[in-house]
Write a protein that binds this ligand. Structure first.
Ligand SMILES: [Zn+2]
Length: 92
């Protein structure tokens, strides 16, 4: 299965691989070298960083719902505003 190209183009080489492993990265399930590679890719790749930011926020919210207190209020506010933006049509 491929990532959708909703931004009007395919993601650069390596992005799908990174995005597939973002959750492992967030869970600290990757070894140091793999984690560094993903972090470095996110630093260099704006599309991935954008996705990562949203996914990290969503994941943090999920953890919070499950009883862990990992999502600061500013992060929750940020993801909620992101989701609200995503639901809006860009040119009303
Ligand atoms: Zn990327």
């Amino acid at each position: 299965m491929r990532m959708s190209d909703e931004n009007g183009g395919t993601l650069p080489e390596g992005c799908e691989h990174v995005l597939e492993r973002v959750y492992e990265f967030l869970d600290h399930e990757l070894d140091e070298a793999s984690g560094d590679a993903i972090r470095q890719h996110l630093v260099d790749c704006e599309p991935c960083l954008d996705r990562f930011d949203v996914e990290q926020a969503v994941k943090a919210l999920v953890n919070r719902c499950c009883g862990n207190d990992l999502a600061p209020d500013h992060l929750r506010a940020r993801v909620l505003s992101r989701l609200a933006q995503a639901r809006q049509t860009p040119s009303a």
